[in-house]
Structures are given as structure tokens and as C-alpha cells.
Ligand binder design. Structure first.
Ligand code: PEP
Ligand code: MN
Length: 263
């Protein structure tokens, strides 16, 4: 069902008026994890200033260590919703278990399925059974075929509103946190009719690479760019090294807007 052979025109995912995949570039920005109302509000205000309408933030954090901050859970979703309503932003947040999908419907505009859960088939089936757009991230070591099959799980249950996200894959290379598979973008766009977003934060894990990788993503045809923004990354409870602070975020957007004209 996700195959280009089944449907030749591009799927446009409409998130309450913000369209992903219609030819206009979108940005999905926000903190790694929701930490407080004030933190999310500050980021939300910065997004608004840039005309960005899609805000991300993790409430359920799938952390490598069980001793690391696990997220605020439903309280985090409530904070996101509150700020989203106050500022007119669409909310994207990760859900990690099938039983939280129903709860999420009340708070989020897009349900994110994270890299670690790309092959959590029960979660994929639950996401496929609801009427809410899904942002599906590529697994840490998933082939493009496996990634497409994960999207097929969702669509086969009836939910066709899927955004695919390339977020880097694990390779032998340690200079970056993951290896951004930039060629996945045109492959996914050839093989499926779904919109594709590139997450420059988790793929690189390096602030100095966010801008060049975002430019590459745009040049190669991505429908949206995702990156993390935090008012004070030094004290962030997760991904402290690679989140942009708010002035860095404004510089990043200014550079991209300048570059987009030249493309
Ligand atoms: C995230 O986007 O918050 C996240 C945890 O990313 P990933 O699932 O790609 O590691
Ligand atoms: Mn993160």
C-alpha cells in the first residue's frame, strides 16, 4: 500500500492545516525531552517567530540507560498540548507502548514512533488503527526494505497518514553518532508515495553538522527537516550536546532560508 506502484501521486499529510509533502518545506523542531512548561513555552515562542508550526518534544523517552531521565510521561504530553493550544502549534511526540496510543490521541497531533520501536509490530498495528498522522522513524539498523515494511504495517491497518523519518543508521563510523543515510531520501520517495523528513540532530549527534546536513536534506528532496532546540542545552536532561539553543536555532533558520534561495 505504501508503494509508489500502488499510488503514483505524493501523499500529503495534513496536520490540522500544516501540510507535509505538498512541495513546501516544513520544519519539525523542539526539545529532545519535555522538562517543564517554561522550557516548552520558550521553544514554542521561538518556533512561532520563525513561522514554524510543527513542534516536537519527548514525553516518553526511550533511553539507553535505565538510570537516565525517562521523560515526564502523560504530564509531558499535557504540557505540550497546553503550549500547542496557546501558540497554535501542532504537537509531535513519541509513544512507546500500544496501550498509550489511545491516551496520546487526546494530546498530540502526530504520534511519533521512534527508531527503537520501528519493528515493535504491536505498536505499529495500534498506530495503524487510529485516525492520527504517524511520524515513523527508521530503526537504528534497519534496511530501507524493513523501514518500508514497518510503514506497511501501519497502512495495512487503515492509517495512511504516515511521514517517514531518516534519522541515521548505525555503522562502524564513530565521527558522528549515527550515519545519515542521505540517499535513503530519494529512494524512499521513489519507492513510496509518503513524505520524508530528515532528522539532523539524531543522525549526526553534532551541532556543527546540523546546518550542512539540513542543506543536503533539502537539496536531495526531503519534505521536512527535524532538529532539536532547547533554551539551555547545557542543563538539558537528554541530548545535551547536540541541541541548539535559541539564538543558534534562529541562526540555523536564517542560514537555511538564505541557502534555499540559491538552490
Ligand atoms: C527522538 O526523536 O526523540 C528520538 C528519541 O529519536 P530516535 O528514535 O530517532 O532515536
Ligand atoms: Mn534527542
Amino acid at each position: 500500500l505504501v508503494s509508489r506502484k500502488k499510488k503514483s501521486d505524493d501523499t500529503v499529510v495534513d496536520v490540522n492545516g500544516t501540510k507535509v509533502g505538498d512541495g513546501n518545506l516544513q520544519f519539525v523542531m523542539g526539545p529532545c525531552a519535555v522538562e517543564s512548561y517554561e522550557q516548552v513555552k520558550q521553544v514554542g515562542l521561538a518556533l512561532k517567530e520563525q513561522g514554524i508550526t510543527l513542534m516536537r518534544g519527548g514525553a516518553f523517552k526511550p533511553r539507553t540507560s535505565p538510570y537516565d531521565f525517562q521523560g515526564l510521561g502523560v504530564e509531558g504530553l499535557q504540557i505540550l498540548r497546553k503550549v500547542g493550544d496557546e501558540l497554535g502549534l501542532q504537537i509531535i511526540s513519541e509513544i512507546v507502548s500500544p496501550q498509550d496510543i489511545e491516551t496520546a490521541l487526546e494530546y498530540v497531533d502526530v504520534i511519533q514512533i521512534g527508531a527503537r520501536n520501528m519493528q515493535n509490530f504491536e505498536l505499529l498495528k495500534a498506530a495503524g488503527s487510529v485516525d492520527k498522522p504517524i511520524l515513523l522513524k527508521r530503526g537504528l539498523a534497519a534496511t530501507i526494505e524493513e523501514f518500508i515494511n514497518a510503514a506497511e504495517y501501519i497502512m495495512s491497518r487503515g492509517n495512511g497518514n504516515i511521514i517517514l523519518c531518516e534519522r541515521g543508521i548505525r555503522t562502524y563510523e564513530r565521527a558522528t553518532r549515527n550515519t545519515l543515510d542521505i540517499s535513503a531520501v530519494p529512494i524512499l520517495k521513489q519507492e513510496t508515495h509518503l513524505p520524508v523528513v530528515v532528522d539532523v540532530t539524531h543522525s549526526t549527534g553534532r551541532k556543527d553538522l546540523l546546518l550542512p546536513c539540513a542543506k543536503a536534506a533539502i537539496a536531495i528532496g526531503a519534505d521536512a527537516v527535524m532538529a532539536e532546540v532547547h533554551p539551555d542545552p547545557a542543563v538539558a536532561l537528554s541530548d545535551s550536546a547536540q541541541q541548539m539553543n535559541i539564538p543558534e536555532f534562529h541562526d540555523f533558520m536564517a542560514e537555511l532560508k538564505g541557502a534555499a534561495v540559491k538552490l
